[in-house]
Design a protein around this ligand. Structure first.
Ligand code: NIG
Ligand code: FE
Length: 394
């Protein structure tokens, strides 16, 4: 099937090496399973021997593994320029600081709409090739009313999951005047961003915003009807998790440095912890241990955090490989976190599983098992990506 082509009538997907459904009470990987969909929605899943007989179309997976499309719940795709020199300096011994964000802000403000749109479109193509069928995009490299609104408006052309991150860092022109910037974010900027955003987020960390400032901004967003996310504990634990719990955030992201008592708070509040191993990789930071989160009863998501500073990757496969190798996820846990976990971090119940009623979003690998996602690091294993039953890749 060609890119963008949609099959009419019902489609049966069969001859699957192993099928990850993220639903039901059986094993995580199902052998000899098939599924069917019609009009973009999954209509049947079960043993291939019991397949519906009347499907108009057949997709033959030729023994390859199939899993739900990846859900990337955290990315920053609206920006201009790149920061490879900053990366190289880090690899030579510099440490990561929030301040690098300001250089991307300058480049983003100077870019035309077409440049931002084309840059984003190229990265979205990479996402699709990487098996990502749903993704979130944050603003946060505009940091003035007009540039933040423009970022969100362009992001909306690509995804309904858009996040207002006016509180990414304090822009240079407000240096020494953070309170005035916080007021701008909570007031005029939020109001202008609202028509284009579903979520609000704040970078609550050393060098960015304090928990008190985060509380004020997130509260304003919540009152205006936005759902809450938070960047916290990437550089240091400064109290962001307490604020996220107090406000009922859906997810807290990064969590490079998280204490046992903070994990207990996240578990108690039912907040999804979104881990971003591309950041630890690209900033040479210690990887958090997923076993601590799992033992504490915290639900996990994995995301790319694709951005030009701390994680310039669109490869969910790399994220999974790092999560398995460095964070002690099992392959099954990592795949679950990159699919259903991402869906939960986006408060979505229509994606993240191959089950009746779900959107027909799925990935066909080149390999017979999902182990290959981590077992063949650096070697793409995605053969085809389907969203709502349509092929996104050729
Ligand atoms: O999620 N940590 C804060 N924001 C981004 C990085 C932004 C940048 O360095 O440009 C992140 O890692
Ligand atoms: Fe981020």
């Amino acid at each position: 099937m060609k890119e963008g082509e949609s099959l009419t009538g019902s489609t049966l997907v069969r001859n699957i090496g192993e099928l990850v459904t993220n639903s039901g009470s059986g094993p995580y990987r199902n052998a000899n399973f098939a599924f069917a969909y019609e009009n973009s929605v999954i209509t049947w899943v079960g043993p291939e021997s019991q397949s519906p007989k009347n499907c108009e179309n057949i997709i033959d997976a030729t023994g390859a593994a199939i899993l739900p499309g990846f859900v990337d719940s955290h990315s920053h795709l609206i920006f201009a320029g790149q920061r490879s020199a900053e990366f190289a300096a880090r690899m030579a011994g510099e440490s990561y600081a929030a301040g690098g964000i300001r250089s991307t802000v300058a480049a983003t403000r100077a870019a035309t709409d077409a440049e931002l749109r084309n840059n984003c479109a190229a990265l979205v193509d990479e996402f699709h090739g990487a098996g990502i069928t749903t993704f979130e995009i944050k603003s946060g490299y505009g940091l003035d009313v007009e540039s933040e609104v423009r970022s969100l408006r362009i992001a909306r052309e690509f995804t309904p999951e858009t996040t207002f991150l006016g509180a990414h860092v304090v822009p240079t022109e407000f240096s020494g005047n953070t309170d005035a910037y916080v007021d701008l974010v909570c007031g005029e900027m939020l109001k202008a961003a609202l028509p284009y955003a579903r979520w609000i987020d704040v970078f609550c960390d050393r060098g960015a915003f304090t928990p008190e400032q985060a509380r004020k901004i997130l509260h304003a967003g919540m009152d205006a009807g936005l759902l809450v996310k938070l960047h916290a504990n990437q550089i240091e634990s400064i109290g962001g998790i307490e604020v996220a719990c107090e406000l009922g955030a859906v997810s807290v992201d990064h969590l490079t440095y998280t204490s046992d008592s903070e994990l207990a708070l996240l578990a108690e509040a039912g907040i999804v912890a979104t881990l971003l191993p591309g950041v630890e990789f690209s900033t040479r930071s210690p990887y958090p241990d997923a076993r601590r989160f799992i033992d504490a009863g915290v639900e996990l998501a994995l995301a790319t955090d694709c951005n030009p500073g701390s994680s310039f990757t669109t490869s969910m496969q790399l994220v999974i490989a790092l999560a398995v190798r460095e964070m002690h996820f099992t392959v099954d846990q990592a795949v679950l976190a990159a699919t259903l976990g991402g869906a939960k971090a986006l408060a979505r119940t229509d994606i993240g599983a191959i089950a009746v009623g779900m959107s027909a979003d799925f990935v066909i690998l080149t390999a017979p098992s999902i182990d290959f996602l981590a077992y063949r690091p650096g070697v793409p294993q995605i053969a085809h990506t389907y969203k709502a039953g349509k092929a996104l890749t050729t």
